[in-house]
Write a new protein. Structure first.
Length: 404
């Protein structure tokens, strides 16, 4: 009997506390429900069904939630009446137009104040069948040694990614312009690439997991590269040791790093410009050179001169300065990253322009002046372009029929 009285007191105390607490929470609690949405975030793509999870908590309880699509009620006042809940939501989207939509979850507390929170999300519907095709016929897929093969294809809708495979390498394909459905990539061919026909493929994936593959071939044609003897004063490389301890091996290691870390964005548009008021090309791309201190090697760049020493040198295209350094073979050197592994180089500069690593440049911005620093026999500019760290003929990139 004694214990029954204690239990009765405890029960009445608990009941009083419970009623009082709920009374307080109902009339005086002003906190908003805490709501989380899983399975959807801004920019999500869906086909057929949108599947998500809504979960919420509140010190008193959550009364209900509603779903609104594109400003129109989809489901209203879905009852909860619990302090915490988690519900799965499946919304058929096959009746919605392809493209951008807005989804809003409105959650209401069960208090007298009816505190309300909204969670808004932008999503995209993609119910279209994925299709794609090459821009040019296979008969036009011909390229010379030391040039780039320009791959272009068109898709019928925005895609998540596309990868081109050729010569046992993978190349990311990207829109030729912002919002374009035409995608492109450039396959670099070394000067010694064996003349033959090669297969390549494109693996395309849309935002909802559909895949589409393209297959074709391209042919590499031999180019009659010339030979030339370079006369540089003896001890030129050793003399450069007074200005720098960095050699050609250091440069190539740096080039591997810069190529691998190239920004995954197309920073350039249109043709590249010759970066000097050129009056003559002194050494063409691909010439086999013989030099006393460097032996026999292929010159994978263009050497050019202007009317006067120290003429201004400018950026051949828009990009980011990723290197400003002196090397024994190249002298004062500037490298610009144009995105997706396309880098341009400017060697033997007399002086630098007022630019620093990390700075964005527009096409035509000064990078320095024409000089003869490094392993050089006179004032000239060594202009080089590499794609995926493969040196290719820069003059190809100045042709509108190649870029377009």
């Amino acid at each position: 009997m004694k214990y029954s009285k204690y239990l009765g007191v405890i029960f009445i105390s608990f009941l009083t506390w419970y009623i009082g607490n709920n009374f307080y929470l109902y009339y005086y609690n002003t906190t908003d429900p805490i709501v989380t949405i899983h399975g959807i975030h801004d920019g999500s793509f869906f086909a057929k069904n949108l599947t998500a999870t809504i979960a919420g908590t509140h010190p008193y309880k959550i009364s209900n939630y509603s779903i609104i699509i594109d400003g129109k009620p989809y489901k209203q006042n879905i009852m909860v009446n619990r302090s915490s809940f988690e519900n799965s939501v499946v919304i058929p989207v096959d009746t919605l137009d392809n493209g951008k939509h807005t989804l809003v979850f409105t959650t209401v507390s069960g208090t007298n104040n009816h505190n309300t929170v909204q969670s808004e999300h932008i999503f995209y519907v993609d119910n279209a069948e994925l299709q794609a095709g090459f821009i040019k016929p296979e008969s036009e897929n011909k390229v010379l040694q030391g040039r780039c093969f320009h791959v272009q294809f068109k898709v019928n809708k925005p895609i998540k990614q596309a990868m081109v495979t050729a010569l046992s390498k993978n190349f990311i394909a990207y829109p030729e312009a912002l919002g374009s459905l035409v995608y492109e990539t450039f396959i670099p061919l070394d000067c010694d690439q064996h003349p033959s026909e090669y297969a390549f493929s494109v693996a395309i994936q849309d935002h909802v997991g559909n895949n589409f593959d393209l297959h074709s071939n391209f042919s590499v044609t031999a180019f009659p590269f010339k030979k030339k003897t370079l006369h540089v004063p003896s001890g030129a490389l050793a003399k450069e040791g007074e200005f720098t301890s960095l050699g050609e091996k250091d440069f190539e290691l740096k080039m591997e790093e810069l190529s691998q870390n190239s920004v995954q964005e197309k920073l350039w548009h249109g043709v590249f410009e010759i970066p000097l008021a050129m009056t003559n090309i002194t050494t063409e791309f691909g010439i086999q050179r013989v030099a006393q201190e460097r032996g026999c090697y292929v010159h994978k760049a263009i050497d050019m001169v202007a009317a006067a020493p120290r003429s201004v040198v400018w950026a051949s295209q828009a990009g980011i300065v990723v290197l400003k350094e002196r090397y024994a073979h190249s002298g004062n050197t500037i490298i610009i990253d144009h995105g997706y592994g396309i880098l341009s180089m400017y060697f033997h500069l007399e002086t630098y322009a007022n630019i620093e690593v990390g700075q964005k440049l527009k096409k035509g911005n000064p990078v320095g002046t024409m000089g003869k620093t490094g392993y050089a026999n006179g004032y000239h500019l060594h202009w080089e372009i590499r794609v995926g760290n493969v040196a290719i003929d820069p003059m190809q990139w100045t042709k509108r029929d190649f870029i377009s």
